[in-house]
Each structure stands twice: as C-alpha cells, then as structure tokens.
Write a protein that binds this ligand. Structure first.
Ligand SMILES: Cc1cc2nc3c(=O)[nH]c(=O)nc-3n(C[C@H](O)[C@H](O)[C@H](O)COP(=O)(O)OP(=O)(O)OC[C@H]3O[C@@H](n4cnc5c(N)ncnc54)[C@H](O)[C@@H]3O)c2cc1C
Length: 446
C-alpha cells in the first residue's frame, strides 16, 4: 500500500507516522512545499516574544528522523500542483522547477490553511507580514532583528492577533490593534469581551475597533495603515484577519467542498473520491452539537484526523464523531476559552437558545489569590441540552472549559451536567465549580 500525503505538518505527519507504526511495510511519501515539517505553529507567538529562542525550537521532529528512523520518504521543497484521481497520480514541482509525478494507492490532502490577505493597496509592502507557517514566523523575527521597529499595527483581533499583541508588547513595542467590526470578540457576551478589552487597556494596547482599513502606505521609511476613520503609523504591520482552507487542489480535482470552501469529508475522513482523504485545516468536520458540517481550524483535530486517516488506510476503520470547536487562548494575564455554540449560532442551527452569564471566584471563599471568573452558558429550551460555554478569567478557565466540552460530546442536558462530580479543593475553585454555578442558574431558565 502506498500512501502519498500532501502537506507535512500536524495532520500530514500524524498520518505518516501512525501509518508506518501500524503497517511498517506501507510505503509513505510526504510532499511538502516548504523546508519544514512537523512543527508547532501554536508556539510561534511565544517564540517570537523571546529573542533568545530560535524558530527551529518549534520543530517537533526533523526531516532526517522521519526518513532514517521511520522509513518515511519526505520530499521537502516540492509543491503539488495537481491531482489526477483517475490515474491516481499527483504532479509536483521541485526546487529547480523539476516536475515529478508521484503515483498513489491512497492520497491524503493535508494542505492546511493560509492567512487571508485583503486585496487592498499596500498589503504587499515590506514590513507587512502574516503568521501561519514557520517561515512566516522566521520572517517576523528577522524583520524585528533587522529593522528599528518600535510601533506595530495589528490588523484583526482574533486569537492569533491577540497572542501576537502580547508577544510584541513583551518585546517592548507599542501596539495598536485595528479592526472594522466595532465589537471586540463578537462571538462573546459583551460583559466578557469588556474584560478582555480592559486587560488590553491595562497593558497599554491601543484598540481602534470600527475602523475599516482602506490601504497601507509607505511614508518616509515607515508604514501608515489608513482606515475610513483614522490612520495609524507603524514600523511593522501584522495582518491577522483569519485564514482560509487550501482546498484548490481538491476543487480542481473535482472533489466536493464543504463550509468555507474546505474539502468535504465523511466521518472516516474520505473525500468524495474513496481513495482520497483530507484532514486538518484544509478539511471540514461534523459539529458534535449540531451534527452539521463546520469548519473550525485547530491543532488537536488536525492531529486526530491524521491519525484516523492512518487507521483507515491500514484497515482499522476509525470513525470520528466530530468537533465541539473547543478553543482557548491567553492574552496577557487572561485565559479566554470557549466550546460549542453561542446563542446566535444555536439559533441559526435551529435550537431555542437560553443563556446565562455569571461572575464568580476562581478559588474558594476567602482563599488567598482568588480572582474573578466569568462563565457564559447556552442551552436549548426545548430539550434542555447544553449547547455551549465560554469562560474568561485570570486562572481556571483554560482547562475547566474541557468539562463543558466533554458534556457537549456526551450530548448532556444541563440537568445531567449539574449532577457531574467535579473536583474541589480551596486553591483550585469554590465547592460548587464555576461551571456548576452557571449550570444552576441556567436550569432556572429552562
Ligand atoms: C500563530 C498560530 C497559533 C496557533 N495556536 C493554536 C492554538 O493555540 N491551538 C490550536 O488548537 N491551534 C492553533 N493554531 C492552529 C494550528 O496550528 C493549525 O490548526 C494546525 O497547524 C493545522 O495543521 P494542518 O496540518 O492541517 O495544516 P498546516 O499546519 O497549515 O500544514 C499544512 C502544510 O501543507 C503544506 N502545503 C500546502 N499546500 C501544499 C502543496 N500544494 N504542496 C505541498 N505542500 C503543501 C504547507 O506548506 C504546510 O506545511 C495556531 C496557528 C497559528 C498560525
């Protein structure tokens, strides 16, 4: 059996390694357009914040190890240009423009996603950078090392923008965050988004929300981000307005696409062609709350989907139930976490959502060091099912959200969740865990 994998990061290398472990006789070929495979993109903001660290610290396993120890053929510097499903062949271009055709029995498309770069003047200027791949991480670090950067403008305010604002601030740079939508974190209740806004303010981050960018200009060696309301000077601009799936290869090969144009896959990660799989940021998934297709590009599901593809091609038939969209990020001293649906998404999915937002303490009453923690919960009025949760706090939000995520996977009602035996000791939370307190308030509305 020959498995060819396009893309050598989370999904691709997970699939490659597990296939070789399950079936040492399998021929596994990974085709990767950059020189990097198997790295932690998620660690890049923290690496950039530390000038002493090399970007290559983030490489989990080098190419040589995959080749020599595991017997996986890794073709870095090769970009796949097309897939021929009838001939079961991919065509790639190598470093010197040399074309090569690689046949497959099974193919995995694990091409990830790429940053959205607005089609506006100036987004191609030197010093206007985005962050997705390790090479883009290196480019940001190089730019900081070789230019007198004092002020950074970040366009966009998703989690990558927020993590990077902390990273730049830790480097002593002045940061302005600009976005067209006047609401900060629009998926979150206003009072919780206000906590995040206050944290940014406390750390001297300027926020310009509600300013639609028109262009970036280069003036006297500096950059100017011009919006319809205001303009901001900067020495460097980070574009962080989101990502889109790299699904063009699949689309050109006639494969079906799903939400956001991601490659459509079934629970076994098969595309509309039975010998072609897709996994990770380039592929869609089922949402465990709605049962519908969704596109939420995150690391765990990419790794897990890669594993599942290995199981499939080795005959172990693993089926993935889906994802809950569980997300967590840190911005300065705050942990921000969510899982499942917010009220708007729940209504759109056909539920009758009710919601509650509470503020409680992160540790037991009178225990030293306790801080405020906010919990938001959404349930379905008709069925009583828990649909989603969000948390913001200086401690205890990041991992606590996982209890709610498990409840979503288990399709629990709020009443069932309320009976869960969660842990307690004074340094870690109140007797009634903040999630249980929120559930207790929510059940009164059902
Ligand atoms: C700054 C940052 C922070 C993040 N933090 C988190 C976090 O805290 N938690 C979390 O869950 N997720 C996080 N993520 C998201 C996470 O990194 C991704 O979900 C994950 O990397 C997806 O893995 P993947 O293998 O699907 O795609 P990718 O990692 O994008 O890998 C795809 C690979 O395919 C290659 N490729 C694409 N097209 C071709 C082609 N035609 N030919 C050959 N090769 C090709 C690319 O070069 C790339 O190496 C973060 C991402 C970034 C950028």
């Amino acid at each position: 059996m020959k498995l060819v994998i396009i893309g050598g990061d989370a999904a691709g290398m997970s699939a490659a390694s597990r296939t070789k472990r399950l079936d040492p006789a399998a021929e596994v070929v990974v085709i990767e357009q950059t020189r990097d495979v198997s790295y932690s993109a998620c660690g890049m903001p923290y690496n950039i914040a530390d000038p002493a660290r090399l970007m290559d610290d983030l490489i989990v396993r080098p190419v040589e190890e995959f080749q020599q120890k595991m017997g996986i053929q890794v073709m870095t510097g090769h970009r796949v240009q097309s897939i021929d499903p009838l001939e079961r062949m991919v065509s790639a271009v190598g470093p010197e423009g040399k074309e090569i055709d690689v046949p497959y029995d099974n193919l995995l498309i694990a091409t990830g996603a790429r940053p959205i770069i607005p089609d506006l003047p100036g987004f191609d200027l030197p010093g206007v950078l985005a962050l997705k791949s390790l090479s883009q991480g290196r480019a940001i670090k190089d730019y900081l090392n070789t230019h007198a950067v004092k002020q950074v403008a970040i366009i966009g305010m998703g989690y990558i923008g927020l993590e990077m604002c902390e990273a730049f601030s830790n480097l002593g740079l002045a940061v302005t965050m600009i976005k067209p939508n006047p609401d900060l974190l629009p998926w979150m209740p206003r009072e919780m988004a206000a906590t995040v806004a206050q944290e940014l303010k406390d750390n001297y981050i300027r926020i310009d929300a509600g300013n639609t960018i028109q262009a970036i200009e280069s003036t006297k060696g500096r950059l100017k981000v011009r919006g319809d309301r205001d303009a901001h000077q900067a020495d460097m601009v980070l574009v962080a307005v989101g990502v889109r799936p790299n699904s063009e290869l699949a689309a050109n090969a006639g494969l079906a696409l799903g939400p956001a144009g991601a490659v459509a896959v079934d629970h076994g990660l098969r595309t509309s062609d039975q010998s072609i799989f897709a996994a990770g940021d380039c592929a869609d998934a089922f949402h465990v709350v709605t049962g519908e297709k969704t596109w939420i590009p995150l690391a765990l599901r990419a790794n897990r989907a890669g594993w599942a593809v290995a199981d499939q091609v080795c005959g172990n038939g693993t089926m993935l139930p889906g994802i809950a969209g569980t997300t967590v990020f840190k911005v300065f001293d705050l942990e921000v976490a969510r899982t499942g649906l917010n009220k708007k998404e729940a209504r759109r999915a056909g539920f009758e959502p009710v919601e509650v937002t509470i503020t409680t303490r992160s540790r037991a009453h009178a225990h030293p060091g306790s801080t405020s923690i906010q919990v938001h919960m959404v349930a379905d009025q008709k069925s009583g099912r828990l649909l989603g949760a969000q948390m913001v706090g200086k401690e205890g939000a990041a991992h606590r959200i996982n209890a709610a995520a498990v409840a979503l996977h288990g399709q629990m009602t709020v009443a069932q969740f309320l009976q869960c035996d969660l842990s307690y000791a004074p340094p870690f939370g109140p007797v009634w865990d903040p999630l249980l307190t929120a559930a207790n308030q929510l059940i009164k509305k059902l």
